[in-house]
Design a protein around this ligand. Sequence first.
Ligand SMILES: Cc1cc2nc3c(=O)[nH]c(=O)nc-3n(C[C@H](O)[C@H](O)[C@H](O)COP(=O)(O)O)c2cc1C
Length: 336
Amino acid sequence: MASARIPAGVARRTAREIDEALRHAAAMAGDAPSVHNTQPWRWHVADGALELWADRDRQLRVADPVGRMLTVSCGTALHHALVALAAQGLRPAVVPLPDPARPDLLARVTVSGNAPITSADIRMYDATALRRTDRRPVSPDRMDETTMQALANAARPHGAVLRYLTRDRVAAVAELAAAATEAQQADEAWRAELRRWTGDPGTSGTGVPDVNLPERPVRNPVPERDFGRRGTLPVGDEPGGEPVYAVLCGEEDRPAGWLAAGQALSALWLTAGELGVSVVPVSSVIEVPVTRRALRDLLGSTTWPYLVLRLGLTDPRERGPLATPRLPADRTVDEA
Ligand SMILES: Cc1cc2nc3c(=O)[nH]c(=O)nc-3n(C[C@H](O)[C@H](O)[C@H](O)COP(=O)(O)O)c2cc1C
């Protein structure tokens, strides 16, 4: 007899098999991108439910005191877990922020039934292992309209909108990014925090290693994070192309909006991989309150900016970046 807590649609699977599938999804979510590769999430699997918790021990207390980037990062992990469930033929049901008394419980995922596994599900799942933050210059070939539309379409169902920036607005965002970078660099506490998350990762399984940072500064219209160190990622001598910029936006500057933004970011980033598009977040503008508000004003004050993104076709002329390290699953997935 099927256990009472197994929905009828998945009755062919035992409770243990469902918990196993949830645990697998949580482990696969470890490949998700996160600010400074902090992986600030913790999963708890029990009784047919997968809970996503914020791990405040890995929050950037200086750069991200309210946990905006932490929550966006957890949203990318949530989307990765849902992709892994779809690839196992399971239809997930998600309740974001299910308990107001426990705000660090960001989502509860259950399985509502079986679902046919489509080729798109498999492609998305494969993309989770291949996706990288590629900080090299983009290719001189421009992205076409269809590709840009496909990225926006990938983000939209998750509750965040990808707004492409006109040239004028790129110039304005460049000024904001420069101001944000200057403000952060002037703060010794910020620099100390950055140092803790960059360079030789040792066995920590977190942080941004030198092999993922360009061997020489890459000039882009919008200044990107200055990690304060020269990396070893080969960049090549050929000049790169001109990137396209977009802002991931939504209706609320609160955890629900940030979590949705993370899911949208993951969805568009995995789609980007399939289309040969590189995605580099530029989060300094959002991290610094005064530039975040200025960006909101620039966008017309009707929307909240969650993340600025540099987009462009991946340059195939050089080898791309390696995978950054990850925490072992037993550090992020709790046993029941
Ligand atoms: C919310 C968020 C903000 C990020 N901000 C930046 C950024 O400002 N600059 C940057 O170079 N990378 C940024 N990244 C990329 C992370 O550094 C990257 O995901 C992490 O180091 C893991 O590497 P991977 O994406 O290659 O797996 C950000 C990622 C996320 C999810």
